[in-house]
Design a protein around this ligand. Structure first.
Ligand code: PGA
Length: 251
């Protein structure tokens, strides 16, 4: 399985800034990106085309959408359809990022609808899951992850090709806080997720990349990447600068 090294640029960067960072990244990684790694950037919608353009002839560099609305088109002000993302050069999209769930109130059911619709329309999809700190303190990590996985994957075809799907475990308390989950916490959540995926998809699920996200930095990335069932990372803050993200990509 290829390792997926993903950057979530959230609501940062103008078109010009995004294109510059993407080009710098491609240059920095030109000679040292190993064949088992793929680089995936989630720019803001306005900069997707520019980043896709910067990666045009780069085999292992891909672009994705941070969100989608589960309809082909229609009166949905402020939303974006899978076909529009594909049109801009996106291969992937995110569903259920914790900021979507907790700032914008997205429910598990809505996340599940986005996953199923995005896949049906030809995107590859990353399902983001993760517990809040009070859920961890109450001993509910597995309950929360099980619910988010079950509802997030409820409408997904059981025979899906594993390379079309990924799960990102991002504990909410570790996102943008500088506080990183410990190795045992990551190993436990990832192995729980792998078992759940096996329950859904059978042995094929061994090939579904499970990413870790939450305050990943160049210094912490190598130890995280070395853990069992960690098949990549989803990076916010430390992905905004090409130098920092390129060091994570080769970690
Ligand atoms: P962070 O964000 O690396 O800044 O914690 C991760 C994410 O939100 O995907």
């Amino acid at each position: 399985m290829k390792k997926l090294m993903a950057a979530n640029w959230k609501m940062y960067k103008t078109v010009e800034q995004a294109a510059t960072t993407a080009k710098e990244l491609a240059t920095l990684l030109a000679d040292n990106l190993s064949g088992d790694r793929e680089v995936l950037i989630f720019p803001p919608f306005t900069a997707i085309a520019a980043v896709a353009g910067a990666f045009k002839d780069k085999a292992a560099f891909f672009v994705g959408g941070q969100n989608l609305h589960p309809a082909d088109e229609g009166a949905f002000t402020g939303e974006i359809a899978p076909a529009m993302l594909l049109d801009l050069g996106c291969l992937w999209a995110l569903a259920g990022h914790s900021e979507r769930r907790h700032i914008f109130g997205e429910t598990d059911e809505q996340v599940g609808a986005k996953m199923a619709f995005g896949l049906e329309k030809g995107l590859k999809m990353i399902l983001c899951i993760g517990e809040k700190i009070e859920e961890r303190r109450a001993g509910n990590v597995e309950t929360v992850l099980a619910r988010q996985l079950e509802q997030g994957l409820a409408g997904v075809d059981k025979a899906i090709a594993p390379e079309r799907l990924s799960v990102a475990y991002e504990p909410v308390w570790a996102i943008g806080t500088g506080e990183i989950a410990g190795p045992d916490e990551i190993k436990h959540a990832h192995s729980f997720t792998r078992h759940k995926l096996n329950d859904f998809f059978g042995a094929n699920a061994d090939e579904i990349p499970i990413l870790y996200g939450g305050s990943v930095k160049p210094d912490s990335a190598p130890a995280i990447m070395a853990l069992d069932n960690v098949d990549g990372v989803l990076v916010g803050g430390a992905s905004l600068k090409a130098d920092s993200f390129s060091r994570i990509v080769v970690a």
